[in-house]
Write a protein that binds this ligand. Structure first.
Ligand code: NAD
Length: 366
């Protein structure tokens, strides 16, 4: 079955109102908002930078890297002038570049706080990759720095700009398959050895920080609630050279205020990407749920299972995310995934680790 045009428009319309953008006259930015990308690694160069081409309101204007050859290569590829290419040592000079509106931090996790705070101190808006940082204290410091500087802070939760996930949120929260009773969410992949993700000082933790956060974030956006407690179990083979300093698998059960329970999996040694929202009359299934492309949804309602397909979106989740921050800057609105959203995940992540370590249910306080 193909979802009707009206249904899609109403779903995306709701998101656009939330996003503070859209069809209102005069809401569109008058100029493209300029982004500086910090950290020219895999995600920045393969997913983010190519997708400025699909943006209406955002453009790539500067690059920051510790590797001169990358600055040369990507600077030439994207037409970034030498005056707009920075090393980490030069980073604070972005203050003097009026073309840069937003600094997008795409560095290893433990570097997010430092570069986000320095960007705010340079008077720039901040987009920061997930996980927002490696502790609640760092997240709070980032929020405080942006507040003090009067700049916006948004976390790279791209699934919130992906049409199937947006539809899943709308269907789950409106009780399409009855009130939600249970959510299952699974994310994982076999971690390749020898990378910063497996080095705790750079990653802040293992699979949970990197990929399990998708299970957690989905449970929160599908319910629209913050969990009140968590019970977690960690399973890590410490003789595996990949897992000397970080965890492999961690399962966690989240209890939400409404009584919804989410049973979540995070893994660095097996492949998972999906979630299911189970209501009193059926379920909404997404598998895969959060890849870069190729989401698949099916819905079981009143005993009938039906695949749900959406027409190709005009803008993919990456361009949608980049444009959303631009629109928020121009219209003076708050991003739908602000720093507080990253902080909320980090509070739960700290509770998950505590629960696993202490082998007990941990109450989460907002
Ligand atoms: P990567 O290893 O490919 O890139 C990291 C970049 O940081 C490299 O360019 C590297 O040179 C640079 N760097 C600077 N200082 C470093 C140091 N001390 N050690 C290691 N690298 C250093 O990693 P990535 O996959 O691009 O991940 C970067 C960030 O993006 C992470 O926070 C990750 O969680 C996030 N990410 C998000 C998504 C998503 O879908 N939202 C996907 C992948 C990665």
């Amino acid at each position: 079955m193909t979802t009707s045009r009206r249904e899609i428009l109403s779903g995306l319309g709701a998101g656009m109102v939330l996003a503070g953008v859209g069809t209102r006259a005069g809401a569109a930015p008058t100029r493209r908002i300029g982004y500086a990308i910090v950290g020219l690694g895999s995600y920045a160069t393969r997913q983010i930078m190519p997708n400025f081409a699909g943006c209406e309101h955002a453009r790539l204007v500067a690059l920051v890297s510790g590797t001169p050859a990358k600055l040369d290569q990507y600077g030439a590829q994207y037409g970034i002038a030498a005056t707009h290419r920075y090393s980490y040592a030069d980073f604070d000079r972005i203050r003097d570049n009026p073309d840069i509106d937003v600094v997008y931090v795409v560095l290893p996790n433990s570097m997010h706080a430092e570069y986000s705070i320095r960007a705010a101190q340079a008077g720039k808006h901040v987009m920061c990759e997930k996980p927002m940082a490696v502790s609640v204290a760092e997240c709070e410091a980032m929020i405080a720095a942006c507040r003090k500087a009067g700049t916006k802070l948004m976390i790279g939760y791209r699934s919130r700009f992906e049409p199937y996930n947006r539809l899943a949120i709308e269907l789950a929260r409106s009780g399409h398959v009855g009130p939600t009773r249970l959510i299952t969410a699974e994310h994982g992949f076999p971690a390749r050895p020898g990378q910063w993700r497996l080095d705790r000082p750079l990653s802040g933790g293992g699979s949970l920080m990197d990929i399990g956060i998708y299970s957690l974030n989905a449970a929160r956006y599908l319910t629209g609630e913050d969990p009140v407690s968590v019970s977690a179990v960690e399973t890590t083979d410490r003789s595996d050279p990949r897992f000397k300093t970080v965890e492999d698998r961690i399962g966690f059960l989240l209890r939400f205020p409404s009584g919804i329970v989410a049973n979540c999996i995070s893994s660095y040694s097996s492949s998972h990407n999906g979630y299911r929202v189970i209501g009193t009359q059926g379920w909404i299934d997404m598998e895969p749920a959060t890849p870069y492309e190729g989401q698949r949804m099916s819905i079981r309602k009143d005993g009938v299972t039906t695949p749900r397909t959406l027409p190709a979106a005009a803008k993919n989740q990456f361009a949608g995310q980049l444009d959303h921050m631009a629109e928020c800057i121009v219209s003076g609105t708050t991003p739908i995934v602000p720093g507080e959203e990253g902080l909320a995940d980090m509070r739960v992540i700290e509770a998950i680790y505590r629960s696993a370590a202490e082998r007990r249910e941990v109450v989460i306080r907002a």
